[in-house]
Design a protein around this ligand. Structure first.
Ligand code: 13P
Length: 253
């Protein structure tokens, strides 16, 4: 059965102020007003979540966090917990983005975060992706290791709350997206590993997104020929009209 696609806007550390974040959210909601057939979430910097929450009331849009900590409360200076994110409207949380891994986040930490997000009732978007491709296919074992680590201890019953985002680092912010063929190969590979662990019915619940230089121009073929279940969009999500066009491409494929 075909899954409803999911497109997530990862605003990263943009825009630079609360008022600019509200404007971008209003523009995004307006641009998406008539779009159907796709689940859409926006991941702003956490500090803006609470004030963006009223702007999505009554709309199909959902809010996501870009990062989260795995404990609920305590002496963890600078961290934000799942219940805190939930209380300001987040329904999903990204874990293990490569930009956080580059700051020292390990597979083990990513797994703790994924499990805490799911246990707290939010959906976890776990990111995996290699930094470079090699002719021997080592990138496949690299992604497999990240994926198995991220899912460790996640039960089959919880899979409806798990999303995998394949984001090859070489494609992030570079203007060079993975080809639809590359994206498709990796989607099938990820699906096979999930099937290994959870069986076919379990694996079928997990949406597998692609991220890395997704634009209005390449979204259609990445959906159709790449057969991914949606996108995690960085740069292009800061342009409301382009982001909406990417969501429509996902909806119509
Ligand atoms: P870009 O779309 O800017 O390449 O970023 C992708 C990304 O990292 C989304 O999480």
């Amino acid at each position: 059965m075909k899954k409803t696609p999911l497109v997530v806007a990862n605003w990263k550390m943009h825009p630079g102020s609360s008022s600019a974040a509200k404007s971008l959210m209003r523009e995004t909601a307006k641009a998406l007003a008539r779009t159907r057939g796709v689940d859409v979430a926006v991941a702003p910097p956490s500090v803006f979540l609470g004030e963006l929450q009223p702007l999505i009331a009554g709309k199909k849009l959902r809010l996501a966090a870009q990062n989260v900590f795995y404990e609920k409360l305590g002496a963890y200076t600078g961290e934000v917990s799942v219940p805190m994110l939930k209380s300001v409207g987040a329904a999903l949380a990204i874990v293990g983005h490569s930009e956080r891994r580059a700051l020292g986040e390990t597979d083990e930490l990513v797994n703790k975060k994924a499990r805490a997000v799911i246990a707290g009732g939010l959906a976890a978007i776990a990111c995996v992706g290699e930094s470079k491709r090699d002719a021997r296919g080592d990138y496949l074992s690299f992604v497999e290791k990240q994926l198995r680590a991220a899912c460790a201890g996640v039960s089959a019953q919880a899979l409806g709350k798990l999303v995998i985002a394949y984001e090859p680092i070489w494609a992030i912010g570079t203007g060079t997206n993975a080809t639809p063929h590359d994206a498709h190969e990796m989607k099938l590979f990820i699906q096979r590993i999930l099937t290994d662990t959870y069986g076919r019915a379990g694996a079928a619940k997990v949406r597998i997104l692609y991220g890395g230089s997704v634009t209005a121009k390449n979204a259609g073929e990445l959906m159709q020929d790449g057969a991914v279940d949606g996108f995690l969009v960085g740069g292009a999500s800061l342009r409301a009209a382009e982001f909406a066009s990417i969501c429509r491409s996902a909806a119509s494929s």
